[in-house]
Design a protein. Structure first.
Length: 139
């Protein structure tokens, strides 16, 4: 494995990703994109991951209040050239990265884990584990 992938993103990647996230959130928040799939939908930009060479950016989005995530991603993909030009005006970079939109599934994953933890069988197992910890380590 490459050492860079083991360490995670660099400070520069994180900083550029955050700048792009803010710019895209501002552009989408003011309603500048006119696409039928985005009409009446508030889009949340949850994260932007930038490649090490800063040439590609993956934007994770989620429609506020739920809804058709795939339709939102399709609409944003159609508006990609417009959004890239708007980002170029808003953020000062040598190269504006190619933007790819993806649905953010982290909220669904968190809900799934929360549901699992609330399952009576899992709660019972967690309760037994806590009782054993208190017996050996005290309260």
């Amino acid at each position: 494995m490459d050492r860079r992938t083991e360490r995670g993103p660099s400070q520069r990647q994180l900083r550029v990703g955050e700048e792009l996230r803010h710019a895209l959130a501002w552009i989408l928040g003011r309603g500048a994109v006119r696409d039928p799939d985005l009409k009446g939908v508030s889009v949340t930009v949850t994260e932007v991951r930038v490649s090490p060479d800063l040439r590609k950016a993956t934007v994770f989005v989620f429609p506020l209040g739920g809804g058709e995530t795939e339709a939102v991603v399709t609409g944003l993909t159609r508006a990609r050239p417009f959004l890239r030009r708007q980002v170029a005006n808003a953020v000062r970079l040598k190269f504006v990265p190619e933007i790819t939109f993806r649905a953010d599934t982290s909220f669904d994953e968190a809900h799934r884990i929360d549901t699992l933890l609330r399952d009576p069988a899992v709660a019972r197992d967690l309760g037994e584990g806590r009782a054993e910890d208190e017996e050996t380590h005290g309260p």
